[in-house]
Design a protein. Structure first.
Length: 288
């Protein structure tokens, strides 16, 4: 959200409160109305607050991460038990952002700046600073794989220019995860379609399970612009969740956003805020 948008919003709120007070004959002081309007300037109505606060503080969020990696470990144990001499080697494929790498400091920055939509320019500036932490349970699971001779492949879709690949590799090394090398890192700069990496890895390995925070990390099918179509695809694949694909929670970004807005990184406009509200009230009680 731009600074001018915040000021416009405050003016609108101030006018709205004054109109309400005047209409009700309850006006006692203009300063009261102005004090209410000031709350807008603090960013207290930011669309991101609930989702970001949840990711930053909820024990439930972290428990869901552990749950995901606990299930991954069960799937791996099953695969190892079934493996016979001469079988192809096993591998795990994982997405990076919001799957094994926690980007909370980026979202916290946006909130402090009163921004309420993903911002690509800030993301590109933030990313090389390595202000990341490992998603709970991820490093332990990848080490568990490594200890059992199972390769882990990191597949991400990012574009920070010519140094994109280097930044991603440095982050893996920074997080001290195993297989932090060029043979195990795929970075797609031009597309969010990760299919070529999955196919390449499947040439040599049996993929035990894939991990991601976006169903597009599992199949390209989920890169659609319609909420109901995406929900129907998810129902079609319902037997795969927790068996072939393990999903990490992410309420701030991903291709679910594209289904609402028609694009994955919608600009911070009131038109888009109305679309967000319409999505949130899709199944709303009418109050009667
Ligand atoms: Mg991700």
């Amino acid at each position: 959200m731009s600074e001018s948008k915040g000021i416009e919003g405050a003016d609108e709120e101030r006018r709205r409160i004054l109109a309400l007070l005047l209409a009700g004959g309850a006006i006692t002081s203009v300063s009261g109305a102005c004090a209410a309007a000031e709350t807008t300037d603090e960013g207290l109505n930011n669309n991101l607050l609930w989702a970001v606060a949840w990711k930053q503080t909820a024990a439930e969020y972290r428990a869901l991460c552990y749950q995901a990696y606990n299930i991954a470990r069960m799937r791996l144990d099953d695969a190892l038990r079934q493996q016979k001499t001469g079988d192809r080697p096993l591998a795990i494929i994982t997405d990076m952002d919001n799957t094994m790498l926690h980007v909370g400091s980026y979202w916290g920055y946006l909130v402090n700046e009163n921004m309420d939509f993903f911002d690509d320019a800030v993301w590109d500036e933030w990313l090389p600073n390595n202000l990341v932490t490992a998603v709970p349970g991820s490093r332990e699971f990848f080490n568990y794989c490594s200890d059992r001779g199972v390769d882990v492949f990191y597949v991400t879709s990012r574009d920070q220019g010519e140094r994109t690949y280097e930044y991603a590799l440095v982050q893996l090394k920074y997080l001290e995860v195993p297989f932090a090398d060029e043979a195990h890192l795929f970075v797609f700069r031009e597309s969010s379609d990760k299919t070529p990496a999955r196919e390449k890895i499947a040439e040599k390995f049996d993929i035990v399970v894939l991990l991601g925070d976006n169903l597009n990390d599992y199949k390209r099918d989920y890169y659609v612009k319609d909420v109901d179509e995406r929900l129907a695809l998810m129902e079609r694949d319902r037997a795969d969740w927790g068996t072939k694909f393990i999903l990490l929670p992410n309420p701030t970004d991903g291709n679910w956003v594209r289904a609402i807005f028609g694009e994955s990184e919608p600009p911070p406009t009131d038109e888009n805020r109305r679309k967000l509200k319409a999505a949130a009230t899709r199944l709303a009680w009418d109050g009667r």
